[in-house]
Design a protein around this ligand. Structure first.
Ligand code: TRP
Length: 344
């Protein structure tokens, strides 16, 4: 045994389908950044999985691979500590997905909530899309991850991963750890309109790449307390979008409690609270903007993160696949002993 204590391993990822927003940050990215110190992290850019939705718009996926990489670098994911993986550059993801699909009961996929809701709205989903929960299982198991920090919409996939890992281990031998899921501090940040979860398709996002004027404009559009006519009317906190965001981003909880008390007493106006929220969000985004400016000025660093990540992840993937093939005995057909045995 090496003297160094073995670090646990993380695999998590995102589909490259557009720019990342505050919901991604508090729902997942914040954990990723923090856990880089403690874990050996693999961050997957799931471009193959994105084809499930965008097979007719490859340009969007291509552009977004780079955008997501820059978003990740900007929030502080560090390619010197962690490994960035482009899914299509590590063909073992597809190979393991195929093998695991052989031991995945179709009924388990039919019960997957993402699949269920998509099948309800799209009239004919593709076979590839149908297979996506199973391929996500392979993504997680390929680097033998112990922990999967994700947004809460991904929990069913991690549950499926645990079931399939147990089944594989039972059938072929103990290869895979049973991974745990970890959800972020704010699992469902509401969009700026205050109704649905923040989501690009709903147009209710504040993006990590928004400049400070854009953030101000978006905050000014937020609803506060509809029952309040004058600033001196007592204000309501519950369901108040501005306070939902302050709860998520205010760095000083005591100050926030004081603010809530004055708001409820009608001592502070909506304009003032919004100005404070804009300031807090912009202060939060400033270091992210600074890192983004650095990487935009150094495209070779973006390239390097992808190239180094690919090299490292391929090595690990190849090692796991050798183990998997050996465990399943899908190997050694050409061994002379094997040939002789069958000739008799
Ligand atoms: N399904 C995730 C998303 O839509 C992306 C993803 C692919 C992923 N493989 C994964 C997440 C493995 C966690 C673990 O963003």
């Amino acid at each position: 045994m090496s003297k160094e204590v073995q670090k646990g391993r993380i695999l998590t990822g995102m589909r490259p389908t557009g720019p990342l927003h505050l919901g991604h940050y508090v729902g997942a990215l914040e954990n990723w950044v923090r856990l880089q110190e403690e874990y050996d992290c693999y961050f997957l850019i799931a471009d193959y999985q994105a084809l499930g939705d965008y097979a007719d718009n490859i340009t969007r996926i291509r552009d977004s691979v780079i955008e997501v990489t820059i978003d990740w670098l900007s929030v502080g994911l560090d390619p010197n500590k962690s490994t960035f993986v482009v899914q299509s550059y590590v063909p073992e993801h597809a190979e393991l997905a195929m093998l695991l699909s052989m031991i995945t009961p179709k009924g388990m996929i039919d019960r997957n909530p993402t699949l269920k809701s998509e099948s309800a709205t799209q009239k004919d989903i593709s076979l590839g899309f149908y297979n996506y929960p199973a391929s996500q299982v392979a993504d997680i198991l390929l680097p033998k991850a112990n922990l999967v920090p994700v947004g809460d919409d991904q929990l069913p996939h991690v549950e499926l991963t645990r079931e399939i890992a147990r089944k594989f281990n039972r059938m072929y031998g103990e290869i895979f750890p049973i991974p745990e899921a970890l959800v972020g501090r704010v699992p469902r940040l509401v969009g700026i309109e205050g109704k649905e979860k923040m989501s690009k398709s709903l147009g209710n996002c504040i993006y990590l790449s928004d400049d400070s004027k854009t953030v101000e404009k978006k905050v000014n559009k937020m609803y506060t307390d509809p029952t309040r006519v004058r600033a001196t009317d007592p204000g309501h906190i519950e369901g108040n979008v501005v306070f939902i965001y302050l709860d998520a981003f205010h760095p000083d909880k005591d100050e926030l409690e004081k603010l809530k008390t004055s708001y409820k007493a009608g001592k502070i106006g909506d304009g003032e609270v919004k100005a404070l929220l804009s300031k807090i969000l912009n202060e939060f985004l400033d270091p992210i903007r600074e890192r983004r400016a650095f990487y935009e000025a150094h495209p070779e660093k973006v390239r390097e993160a992808l190239v180094l990540g690919t090299q490292k992840s391929r090595k690990l993937a190849a090692a796991t696949m050798t183990e998997v093939r050996n465990a399943m005995k899908i190997a050694g057909y050409e061994d002379i002993e094997n040939i002789k045995k069958l000739i008799g």
